[in-house]
Design a protein. Structure first.
Length: 266
């Protein structure tokens, strides 16, 4: 339900329908078919009611399919602008880790994916900042482009976090020469976006000894964060954000993790 209502502003901003996809796992067996369909219809009706209660100009459509959720969502991502999933499924809620469906969709989707926490989010025009996580790779342009769009949608400040690469011989030492080139490249990209979007509050940050340490720094300083945008390559920062160690700070902040798409990666 949180993923469905979170997606409303995204659909309104793009002027496209919000499509609710309910996948009934085929492993349930034919004897459960009637009960499963009834549950699916009830859930879809509840989601549509929640969406309509927001009073926003969005058209909600729904489809119920009999298929495993992961391939159903990955196939849907071929024609979607964005796929929104909940961060924790029923089987994983007690263990404090991301559900296997969300993790698998992030790894295979053909469009951006938003992993929405079960806690209440700040809303499209909340006070929390948007965080873009970059490392100077070919995906950084896509991460920044999507982050700028999301920050503008939310009237939110944008911070660009540079993933730190420790020196091989002395972990914890100063940034290596390669990292200094990455910093210079990110500074150039941020300056370019400042010139394109002068009304946007955008700046870059680094030297927090890791992404989780920076999230903890924001929490200690009571700085709300509503969205983190990262590229979906694995291994990488997305694994950090979807891992067990990040669940507590992300859930506490009500923070959504969004991956960019893979368009233009070379």
């Amino acid at each position: 339900m949180q993923a469905a209502t979170w997606a409303v502003d995204e659909a309104v901003d793009r002027d496209i329908p919000l499509w609710l996809l309910y996948a009934i796992d085929e492993a349930g067996g034919p004897h459960d078919a009637a009960a499963e369909v009834a549950t699916a219809e009830k859930t879809v009706r509840s989601a549509i009611s929640a969406i309509e209660s927001l009073g926003k100009p969005v058209r909600a459509e729904a489809e119920i399919v009999r298929r495993h959720p992961v391939p159903a969502l990955v196939e849907a991502s071929r024609s979607a602008a964005l796929v929104c999933v909940g961060s924790i499924g029923f089987e994983h809620a007690a263990h404090g880790r991301i559900g296997s469906t969300g993790s698998a969709v992030v790894a295979s989707a053909h469009c951006p994916v938003a992993v929405v926490p079960r806690t209440r989010h700040l809303g499209s025009r909340g006070t929390g900042l948007v965080l873009a996580v970059v490392d100077g790779s070919s995906a950084s342009d896509r991460v920044l482009e999507l982050s700028v769009a999301e920050a503008r949608l939310r009237d939110a400040p944008l911070r660009v976090f540079i993933v730190r690469r420790p020196h091989r011989s002395r972990p914890g030492d100063t940034l290596s020469p390669l990292d200094q080139r990455v910093v210079a490249d990110v500074e150039r990209r941020v300056a370019n976006w400042r010139s394109k979007q002068p009304a946007l509050d955008i700046d870059w940050v680094s030297d927090h000894n890791g992404l989780l340490n920076y999230l903890e720094h924001l929490q200690r300083n009571a700085t709300p964060i509503q969205l983190i945008v990262v590229d979906p390559r694995r291994p990488g920062p997305v694994d950090v954000l979807l891992g067990a160690a990040a669940r507590a700070p992300l859930e506490a902040a009500g923070c959504t993790v969004m991956t960019c798409d893979r368009t233009g990666w070379l």
